[in-house]
Design a protein around this ligand. Sequence first.
Ligand code: ADP
Ligand code: MG
Length: 417
Amino acid sequence: MLDDARRALQATFGFAAFRGVQETVVGRVLRGQSSLAVMPTGAGKSLTYQLPAVMRPGTCVVVSPLIALMHDQLRSATANGIRAAALTSVDTNRAETIARLRDGDLDLLYVAPERASQPQFHDLLANAPISLFAIDEAHCVSEWGHDFRPDYRLLRPLLDGLPHVPRLALTATADGHTRADILMQLGIPDDGLIVAGFDRPNIRYHITPRDNPAQQLRRLLADHPGPGIVYAQTRAQVERLTETLATTGRAVRPYHAGLDADVRAAHQAAFVASEDMVMVATIAFGMGIDKPDVRFVAHAGLPKSIEAYYQETGRAGRDGDPAVAVMLWGAEDFARARLRLNEMEEARLPGERARLNALAGLVETAGCRRALLRRHFGEDAPATCGNCDNCLSPPNVTDTTELARKLLSAIYRTGQS
Ligand code: ADP
Ligand code: MG
């Protein structure tokens, strides 16, 4: 069976071998077993459902949270000769897609969770040969995840309506709580959990207080001539930093949801093609972008969570060459995050508090950043990595500024959890 899979891998994608746990995941799908695959960004999650979709008769239904993501996937699948379509508000060939689905003439059907959870869609699938349910960005199903989407919660009846169709949930980032929740919500057995390694050894982590961000970022650009991403927290900050960093002479483009879709698309295309461009962006930028040679990812402020930090920094160095991840943080970031907690519904507070405290732990540790990150995701890790700021120049913990810094962040830790 896996020989067939290897042949199909070569024939459809032109790849010589599976990477990491891909083989395990594909093997399970082909045996009809349901799984949750937790694989880092860039590990090749799409292939784990696209390949079985090609190999098995019938259609693999892919639930995906963003139309833009779906269309990216659709383009690359079609380019590989895979028969794929999407059912969304912007796809006008609806009747044709439905006919192809019924005739078993589609390998992949992409659909948003809002549509997938509607009874009409259930009816549609009842009369079509379905081979697999793939639930992409599956952390969206969990309130513990960093990007909860209520519509993901409504998928269960669709899955249960076709109990013999295997389920494959996919995510890059899910801590223990989130994993357990995904398994439960989607009805996947506990032994279906497959976790790939989280270490990104070629990324050097550097986390430092923000004293003069313009100067700190200019310095970063000067030291790193290759393509890079600077994450800012607001649209206004994106615009300001774009102007500031353009004075270095580097090509710098802004990206945020306030820009017209065609402007965003143009900036994204320019960045993907460029060998030296800096994209200053809100977190709206990056999901699903395939650019292997990003040399640095900078956070101009505190990210939302360790999961978000890992996912965003994970866009650096996908080609395996050295890359850096720099986070500039300020005590006011923690203060603002804490204020946001006050506006949150009661049910979400424990999760959000734990998230913020984990982030504070990462920021203030005098130990290895990589070890902390890997352990956060449930992996064993050696105490030192030799490729993060704290391992390369161990902080002097009796140093008074260091002490002040730790006290300051301790103040902004929240709750007791
Ligand atoms: P993810 O969704 O896990 O972030 P993708 O599915 O977008 O990752 O894949 C990332 C990149 O890795 C894509 O360019 C894909 O073509 C490539 N890739 C996936 N599997 C393999 C493989 N077995 N060998 C070589 N390249 C692969
Ligand atoms: Mg993906």
